[in-house]
Design a binder for this molecule. Structure first.
Ligand code: NAI
Ligand code: MG
Length: 376
């Protein structure tokens, strides 16, 4: 952030990495809305720099990112990411060489995934009223099942062996538990559900449970319960109103958050933040969905997940009031029935984006140019 003497408004530098599939379509929509919002609100500036790090770049150069990519990213206040994955590149290459290659070294160890049913949209849980499904899933984002430990031997032989070792360290489990309990404490219900699988996995998951109950002692005002991951899926579907903040391992939370997004109406509305809570490194914000090859280029990708992602980014940058305002605007557009096909509507990505920009204009009035004219 760099407010200058001439212009006291904070200015945030955002690195945008649209990457693959519908990533460029939804990030373009998100940047359009964020620029319109900042310009109209006129209390802070956003300065975007676009990076073309993608599977196309990989196919052309053999690398997703240049060698100094992390040094470059560290100069930004936040990173806005689209989705990575192409039909002709194996997923473990694309994911590890771009998204995880950013998240892991930048210590973005807390992955935050809020879910709620927007006004005007309908959950498949038809009787679930607005406000009854309002969760935040905290995903451990640095180790666990995605630690990258393992190997393959005797490739191609009938006795080929592969291992994928989950790593749980007390340090990382404790920091994510503290972050999750802190999150729960700051939400009205002050309730956390610790997801586990310690009945079957008797090492890492048992330590996970022990650390959770140790950390719980420091948060006496937070109500804690524990769920096995399989039973958790049924509770999410059958009793959504009994959940609020949820903390789970890298793999468990990955799966549960897709279920959460679908229960809220569509994966096309769900945001995610990859946070370095110490703020030593920039955090990265992205819609939860992937590159959606099946709808790429059709102009029907739901941009709402990216808009909500943008709101999460603004909150993290310290602009909570503005973020709440923008989310309310996006929800109002859904309420008017201007929605893409995945939410049951007929609007295109561009139509939803334009409707959000119009709503910004209607609610917040003057543009920056008009403000400047007014002050002359
Ligand atoms: P996906 O999220 O790309 O698509 C799943 C389904 O949801 C598809 O039917 C798609 O059309 C629909 N969908 C997704 N986003 C949508 C949106 N904004 N609006 C409307 N419909 C939407 O997941 P899938 O198919 O498993 O993965 C495709 C590729 O994306 C793979 O290469 C995968 O590795 C990658 N991926 C990347 C992620 C990331 O960059 N963080 C996350 C998930 C997947
Ligand atoms: Mg996922």
């Amino acid at each position: 952030m760099s407010p200058s003497l001439a212009d006291p408004r904070p200015s945030y530098r955002i690195a945008s990495i649209p990457a693959d599939g519908i990533g460029p379509e939804v990030i373009d929509a998100g940047v359009t809305v964020l620029k319109k919002f900042a310009e109209t609100l006129n209390t802070f500036d956003l300065d975007f720099t676009n990076f073309d790090w993608s599977s196309d770049t990989y196919k052309a150069t053999g690398k997703y990112m240049p060698d100094d990519a992390l040094t470059t990213l560290k100069t930004f206040d936040a990173i806005l990411f689209g989705a990575v994955g192409a039909p002709d590149v194996p997923d473990h290459i694309s994911l590890w060489q771009l998204r995880l290659a950013i998240c892991q070294p930048l210590q973005q160890y807390a992955n935050v995934r809020p879910t709620k049913v927007f006004r005007g949209t309908q959950s498949p849980l038809r009787n679930c009223k607005n406000g009854e499904l309002d969760w935040v899933i905290i995903r451990e984002n640095s180790e666990g099942e995605y630690a990258g430990h393992g190997g393959r031997s005797h490739r191609g032989e009938p006795w080929e062996t592969a291992t994928e070792v989950s790593i749980f360290t007390r340090h990382a489990v404790e920091r994510i538990m503290r972050f999750a309990f802190e999150t729960a404490k700051n939400r009205p219900k002050k309730h956390i559900t610790v997801v586990t699988k310690s009945n079957a996995q008797r090492n890492g998951m048992v330590m996970w449970d022990e650390v959770a109950s140790d950390v719980a002692k420091d948060f006496p005002d937070v109500l804690v319960d524990k769920m096995l991951v399989d039973a958790m899926t049924t509770r999410m579907v059958l009793k959504p109103e009994t959940l609020d903040t949820i903390v789970a391992t890298n793999l468990h939370a990955d799966i549960l958050s897709d279920l959460a997004a679908a229960l809220a109406g569509s994966i096309g509305i769900a945001p995610t933040s990859n946070l370095d809570p110490t703020r030593k490194n920039p955090s990265m914000f992205e819609p939860i969905h992937g590159s959606a090859f099946d709808i790429t280029g059709m102009g029907i990708a739901n941009p709402v997940a990216t808009f909500w992602t943008a709101c999460e980014m603004l909150t993290w940058l310290g602009e909570k009031e503005a973020a709440d305002q923008l989310l309310d605007i996006v929800e109002a557009v859904c309420e008017k029935g201007i929605m893409t096909k995945d939410l049951g509507g007929t609007a295109t990505t561009a139509e939803v984006t334009n409707a959000v920009c119009e709503e910004i204009q209607n609610r917040l009035g003057k543009t920056k140019a008009e403000h400047l004219e007014g002050s002359n």
